[in-house]
Design a protein around this ligand. Structure first.
Ligand code: URA
Length: 467
């Protein structure tokens, strides 16, 4: 048996009690765990060691990682935390902290996959008993138990994995000791149900085979009844995608809401009185863009904030001021930049006298997209800078995490202009100082790229535009 959180914790306490530095600890992780007896290692004492709460949460979160790599890393970080570096976890540049963050993500992702890809089948002739076979990457059965019992607690069911299983009725649950091997295949009407569900939710306009494989990795396919549909769906996807794009364009332009503006002034006037989504119920005018009718660079934010809403101009509040400061730092010619937002109305909740920002929903982004599409077509920038996830979603037509979008050199908007993604300045304002410093440096680097003159835009039309 490998380590688990509690046994690691016990050994770590012993190590700290004996003042054993990380380099002198030896962790055998894959089979038997040993704290190899360095003669200086003493038995556990009652001494208390204090560490930040976040550290314990992180240690519990990475404990299920199958590699065993987490145990020495955790001890090394714990050692430093208790030896003069109590704020180490804030140092995202520390390679051990960074690596633990990655392991944490891998475990969370694995759990997410498990919650998505477990498929129950009826067991034998009993109509009331279900079972599923699943092969997780990490040792996540404990974590998964909470989710599955909450979601399917009224069933009599079992999830079996190579590491062991979990079986429950509405009244109790128990562990099935491992190792287990895959039960022989059964045919089941449930599988057809999954197939038709999957086919009906499949959106060809969003099909990116690479992304799809990342979301539903090929190694899961063998246990998924619907996976046999994938090759034929991929084959038919481009025609269906074109049809869907056309249809969604039609739908995105309800003629009852507006007629298509011919000039930027007309567009700005239209934005002020837009009623295309429920945000207009605030009775506040929409906040149009600012900047010249022709600009090489367009910067797209999320939505106006409180101050923007009061002044009717984008980027005049705290986040906007930070953006201007960053642009000044790289000597960007701001008078030639077009500033706009993915969503034109301020979405907020009232808390006392304050109007507190709420992130716009996909429906708001979709409703406003007609404005953004038209303004980008009129201004024709070569480079579109997206500040944060909402802008990325709106400009590309599909969601992409900021971190991933930042690393992509090949992103283009509908017209083929280069898309550069970066952090939203509001995120910098909210972040802890270390994080904010790191993001600020990244944002400056991204903005510099946007203003480099050698940019040549490729006019290619990407497949996905639907939200
Ligand atoms: N101000 C804006 O105009 N847009 C944002 O995204 C944030 C602040």
């Amino acid at each position: 048996m490998g380590l688990d959180f509690e046994s690691w914790r016990k050994l770590a306490r012993e190590g700290l009690s004996a003042e054993t530095p990380p380099a002198r600890m030896a962790w055998e992780t894959s089979t038997e765990l040993q704290l190899f007896s360095d003669p200086t290692v003493l038995p556990a004492t009652d001494r208390e060691f204090r560490c930040p709460k976040e550290f314990l949460s992180l240690a519990k979160a990475v404990a299920p990682h199958r590699s065993g790599e987490q145990w020495p890393l955790l001890y090394a970080v714990l050692w430093d935390l208790t030896h003069g570096r109590p704020r180490l976890l804030e140092d995202v540049a520390d390679p051990r902290v960074h690596r633990l963050g990655i392991l944490d993500k891998q475990v969370r992702r694995d759990l997410h996959k498990m919650t998505a890809f477990v498929r129950f089948e009826r067991v034998g002739d009993d109509p009331e008993v279900f079972a599923a076979w699943y092969e997780p990457d990490h040792l996540i059965l404990d974590l998964a138990e909470t989710f599955f019992r909450k979601r399917f607690g009224s069933m009599n069911a079992a999830i079996l994995t190579p590491d062991g299983g979990l079986a429950w009725t509405p009244f109790e649950s128990r562990r099935v000791p491992g190792p287990l091997s895959k039960p022989s295949a059964t045919k089941d009407p449930f599988q057809d149900l999954w197939r038709s569900y999957f086919a009906s939710t499949f959106n060809p306009a969003r099909l990116k085979v690479r992304m799809m494989k990342r979301e539903m990795p090929v190694r899961f396919w063998k246990n998924l009844p619907e996976a046999e549909l994938i090759p034929s769906m991929i084959a038919g996807s481009s025609r269906r995608a074109r049809e869907m794009i056309e249809k969604s364009r039609e739908e995105a332009r309800p003629t009852t809401v507006r007629s298509r503006p011919k000039t930027l002034d007309e567009l700005r006037a239209g934005v002020r009185v837009c009623t295309a989504c429920d945000l207009c119920e605030s009775k506040r005018p929409g906040v149009p863009s600012r900047g010249p009718a022709r600009a090489r660079v367009a910067i797209v934010g999320e939505q106006p904030g409180d101050q923007e809403d009061r002044e009717g101009l984008p980027f005049v509040g705290p986040a906007g001021r930070l953006l201007m400061e960053l642009l000044a730092e790289i000597a960007a010619p701001t008078e030639n930049v077009y500033f706009t937002n993915a969503v034109k109305h301020f979405r907020f909740v009232e808390q006392g006298k304050m109007r507190v920002h709420r992130r716009p929903e996909a429906t708001h982004v979709r409703a406003c997209r007609m404005w953004l599409e038209d303004e980008l077509a009129m201004v024709a920038p070569e480079v579109v800078v997206c500040l944060g996830g909402t802008a990325i979603h709106s400009v590309l037509g599909y969601a992409l995490p900021v971190g991933e979008a930042r690393s992509r050199q090949d992103l283009r908007d509908e017209r083929g202009a280069r898309v550069i993604a970066t952090y939203h300045p509001a995120a910098l304002l909210r972040a802890m100082p270390e994080q904010a410093r790191a993001w600020r440096a990244d944002t400056l680097a991204d903005l510099r790229k946007a203003f480099e003159k050698r940019e040549q835009s490729k006019r290619e039309v990407p497949l996905g535009i639907n939200l």
